[in-house]
Design a protein around this ligand. Sequence first.
Ligand code: MN
Length: 495
Amino acid sequence: MFENLRILDTTLRDGEQTPGVLITSNEKLKIALKLDELGVDVIEAGSAITSKDEQKSIKTITENNLNAEICSFARPVKIDIDTAIGCEVDSIHLVIPSSDLHIEQKLRKTRDQVEEMAVNATEYAKSHGLIVELSTEDATRTSVEDLKHLYTKCIDAGADRICACDTIGLLTPEKAYEFYGQLSELNMPLSVHCHNDFGLAVANTLAALRAGATQAHVTINGLGERAGNASCEELIMAIESLYKEETHIKTELFYETSQLVERISGVTLQTNKAIVGANAFAHESGIHADGVLKNTDTYEPMKPEKVGHRRRFILGKHVGKHVISEKIKETNTEVTDDELNRIFERVKRLSDMGKTVTDVDLQAITDDILSINPEDSLILQEYTTVSGNKVTPTASVKVNINNRERIEAGVGVGPVDAAIEAIRKSIVDTADITLEEYHVDAITGGTDALIDVLVKLKHEDKIITSRSTEPDIIMASVEAYLKGVNKILTDKKRR
Ligand code: MN
């Protein structure tokens, strides 16, 4: 059904027409190289007439001798075609408005005049050795009769392929099947170009291909004007996974290609975007996660590796203790039931605060819990800090040291410094400890990330390292410091 399928990727042309997107020449080359590696047949690299920069971008791509055919968008006017030729492209996507609305209201011409322009442009481009994909804009609001009339004239003038654009996304799968079926009667290589205004671009493209279209216009991440174009990754994976037909596309490159395009275009993917979204292979619910751990087929329609993505378990409010236990085992870490309970409590507490706990967070929490010693001599009971731009950062702590309660206060350059100072004062008659090093890291992005604090303490020529992980930076700092002090105190007791 899809054996002769060709893919024209227009991320760099229609995709760049996404409102607010501007891709520099260097970045365009990066995307083109990735698309070539992915194995698309045609790269529509831009519209040469747009600007000098655009010409430079396209030329840089054509100079790289990629396997893909490099194409420029062009209107049926000599200057557009000449500029494309100047960029040494292999082909042009020659776009002719075909609906009455576009011909009369936009171009203010007659159908005969437009047909004549199309034929002349085709002949001109062919005489300069270009491959011509003759395309009709707003084709889905044009009668099939008018389209066939135009296509036939242009095919006679030398057009190599024809394309019908559903410019504003009006097709349904049924209409697409009928429409492209009628156009395929011309027995020419036929392209389908669908827009996603009703979320049907991929469905309509599939229907068109089943009806006889042979080439699909797509973009990475479904970028494109307004709601975008048919998404390359969705179309290909539907063909491979649902229709069970192999394509020549290297699907395992989809995720990295998508990430590259997301980064360069600045258009952030919705987390639930099919195939390449952050949640495409993420499981949170206890039941689903449990099922996937037993057999991934239970809740995954394809393997994440197939598209270069990865499976993630989100430890959210639905997480079961079983999943946490399995996740910890995967890292070859042994925990007791009591420790597991404490880890589980900590994860629950974080997710109740609305925080997403990732695998990396879980690792940090586990390390943190495992590093707490039940025989600690110094236990924090409460701490308070006050800080601001017109106050001296001040902290008070209540600690229990060797079963004696102590309250101390301290000031510092900031709240962390003040809190550490307060604790240092509470142990001053117990041990002489200096803080040698202090490191803070946010484990995952965002201001609600878990904070990992590492401290190095010095006591009698010994350096002790300890760390703690908490959502609160002061708490993490205090905990890390306390753990270090406890290590020193335990060591002293043993001597
Ligand atoms: Mn378009």
